[in-house]
Each structure stands twice: as structure tokens, then as C-alpha cells.
Design a protein around this ligand. Structure first.
Ligand code: SAM
Ligand code: SF4
Length: 336
């Protein structure tokens, strides 16, 4: 009788959701200080508390062995990490990963677009909250819009066909730019997603004062564009609309107006190696000590990840009506 192969390892949580998507923050550092993401005097982790690039690659390899097929590299700003090309090259060799994607602020994209293309990166999400250089600087506190524009053009030149903008609109700050940003995406043949501001981390403004609901944004856009609802799904929480006769899709990520948790397929690992089971909850397990205790043995780490499925919560718990953030950690810590 021939020996049977053991069944492949998979990650299924207590609500029967299959987890096949990992978002890995490879640094909490960033060259911007976006007002909705960070406080002005943001403190970053000491370097020895951050996963090394080798540890980051190992984590991805371990998740791939557990059935994860998609990985998003994020941060902080992933492209400010030293030797980032080594990591992307390494990830491109991991089987059976099907999709490598990245979220970036675009400031260093012009230098790295070619490397990302060579590393089989499938999609790039670029954050862009304003087309006005002065307002862009005000929102990012340090950013140079021109560099982001160069990055977008370089990525287009490299042949990335499915670029997407991520935009956070804030009332009285940049919400008047929704239509212009969609027109920009149309002009560049990119997609665009509007993300509702989430209460992650203590920042310098009251989020309730700047909150713009995606329902409002949609209504505003419908006056200007012929928007058709689609059933398209990128496997994430966004609901997509299409502009008639155009390829551009407009996504709405609305943790406040719509709860998207029932189809959640993802977990996040922070730059400190914490495995967060939900962006909007505190449940986590620490992977860094295990990685360092078992440098040559993956099973203890695989086992911890499989066991973590029992504490993945059913839903996030965002509420803007309190003075405290829903979750004390910043998006840049967990990885957006
Ligand atoms: N630095 C990269 C960037 O900006 O694209 C990657 C990391 S950033 C944390 C990922 C995404 O999270 C960005 O699109 C950003 O706009 C979004 N983000 C950050 N803080 C947020 C918050 N409090 N609410 C909603 N989106 C947020
Ligand atoms: Fe940096 Fe991205 Fe946060 Fe802006 S949103 S401060 S670019 S990590």
C-alpha cells in the first residue's frame, strides 16, 4: 500500500473563513508623517526590535507553507527600508505564492519601479490624497508631490497595468478633491480607492471632525460620473464601481459605513513580528521570539500560526464617538 501524503496545511478560523492573504509591515518608519496616520513627533522602534529582512522572508515562506497565496508588503513606507531589493528578489522565489503586491507612498517609486517589475510584483497601490503640491505637503507634512508623480509615471513606463491610488479624504481638508482625483486616475488609466479614516493610533486631530463617509463621496461622484456598480472583488473589503466605458474602477473601503468582516481572508504581521488577527482589534501573538528561538525549525512557528486562528475575532470594533482611538497602535505599526 502506498503511503498517503498528509493533507496540506491551511489556515481556517473559527468562523470558517479561509486565510490566504498576509500583509507584512517591513518597517514602521516612513519619510512622510500623514496627519491621519502619524503624530508629528512619531517615535519609531529601535532597529533591533524590527524583523530583519531575512526574518521577513522567512515569515512569508512559512505563511506560504500554510496556504497563503498572496502577500502585501507594506509599512510604514516599505521602499525606505535598506536593501529592499534583496527582500523582493527573495519573495519572488517563494512557491506557491501567486501574488506579490505592495502599498507605497510613491516617494521612492521612481528608483524602485524596475526592481519591483523584475521581482514579479503584480500590483502597486500608491497613496495619493491631493493633487495640489501645497496641500499634499500639508497632509503628508514632509512629502514632495513631484516625486510621487515621477514614481507613478515610472511604474506606468515599467508596464504595471493595474496601478491603484489609495485616498483618505478628510472633511474641510481634501474632500473637495474627490472628483479631481478620479479624473487623474482616469487620465493615468489607474484605479482609485477611497478609504474611510480609521481610528488607529493617537494623532493630532479629532477624527470625528474630519471623518468623511464613503456614502457622501459616492453621491458626489455620481453627479459627475456615470457610475455602474460591479460585482468585482479584489478579495478585499472594497466595493467597486466602474465608470461607464472606462477601465477605471473606483473602490470604497468603508469600515464605518459597511462592515466587511464576514469575508475577511487576511492577517497582518507588524514590523516587530506581531501577528495581528484583525486590524481593528488587539488580539495578537508574538512571532519574533519563536523565529529567534527556532532558527532552523519552522514547525513551532507554523503551529503557533495555526493555533492563532482560534482567536481571530469575528469583526472589528471601530467607533468614532469616543475620544480615544479604537486601537492604540498606528496603521504604520500594523501595516495598512
Ligand atoms: N506608506 C505606505 C502608504 O502610505 O501607502 C504604506 C503604509 S500606509 C499605513 C497604508 C495605507 O494606510 C495608506 O493608503 C494610508 O492612506 C492608509 N492609512 C494610514 N492611516 C490610516 C487611517 N488612520 N485610516 C485609514 N487609512 C489609513
Ligand atoms: Fe507614511 Fe503611509 Fe502613514 Fe503616510 S500613510 S505616514 S506614507 S505610512
Amino acid at each position: 500500500m502506498s503511503a498517503q501524503n498528509p493533507p496540506p496545511l491551511t489556515l481556517i478560523d473559527q468562523f470558517n473563513r479561509k486565510i490566504n492573504y498576509l500583509r507584512l509591515s517591513i518597517t514602521d518608519r516612513c519619510d512622510f508623517r500623514c496627519v491621519y496616520c502619524m503624530s508629528e513627533d512619531m517615535k519609531f522602534l529601535p532597529r533591533d526590535e524590527v524583523l530583519s529582512l531575512e526574518e521577513s522572508a522567512r515569515i512569508i515562506r512559512i505563511f506560504a507553507s500554510l496556504g497563503v497565496t498572496k502577500v502585501r508588503i507594506t509599512g510604514g513606507e516599505p521602499l525606505v527600508r535598506k536593501n529592499i531589493s534583496w527582500l523582493f528578489h527573495e519573495i519572488s522565489t517563494i512557491q506557491p505564492l501567486k501574488e506579490i503586491v505592495i502599498t507605497t507612498n510613491g516617494s521612492q517609486l521612481a528608483q524602485h519601479a524596475h526592481m519591483l517589475k523584475m521581482s514579479q510584483v503584480k500590483r502597486i497601490n500608491i497613496s495619493l490624497d491631493s493633487l495640489d503640491p501645497v496641500l499634499f505637503k500639508k497632509i503628508t507634512r514632509t512629502g514632495d508631490l513631484n516625486k510621487v508623480m515621477l514614481g507613478i509615471d515610472e511604474a506606468i513606463k515599467e508596464g504595471f497595468s493595474n496601478l491603484k491610488l489609495n485616498t483618505v479624504l478628510m472633511k474641510g481638508i481634501n474632500d473637495h478633491e474627490a472628483i479631481d482625483l478620479v479624473n487623474f486616475a482616469l487620465h493615468k488609466k489607474m484605479g482609485i480607492s477611497f478609504i474611510e479614516e480609521m481610528p488607529l493610533g493617537d494623532i493630532d486631530h479629532k477624527r470625528k471632525d474630519t471623518f468623511v463617509s464613503n456614502n457622501e463621496v459616492l453621491k458626489k461622484l455620481q453627479v459627475h460620473f456615470n457610475l455602474i456598480p460591479t460585482t468585482f472583488s479584489s478579495g478585499g473589503p472594497a466595493k467597486y464601481w466602474q465608470i461607464a466605458n472606462q477601465s477605471t474602477k473606483i473602490g470604497f473601503i468603508s469600515p464605518h459605513s459597511h462592515n466587511f468582516c464576514d469575508t475577511c481572508n487576511r492577517v497582518r504581521v507588524s514590523s516587530k513580528g506581531e501577528l495581528f488577527l484583525c486590524l481593528g482589534q488587539e488580539e495578537k501573538i508574538e512571532l519574533m521570539p519563536l523565529l529567534r528561538q527556532y532558527p532552523d525549525e519552522d514547525w513551532p512557528i507554523q503551529k503557533a500560526i495555526i493555533e492563532s486562528m482560534t482567536i481571530k475575532p469575528e469583526a472589528h470594533d471601530f467607533n468614532l464617538d469616543t475620544t480615544k482611538p479604537a486601537v492604540v497602535r498606528f496603521m504604520s505599526h500594523t501595516g495598512g
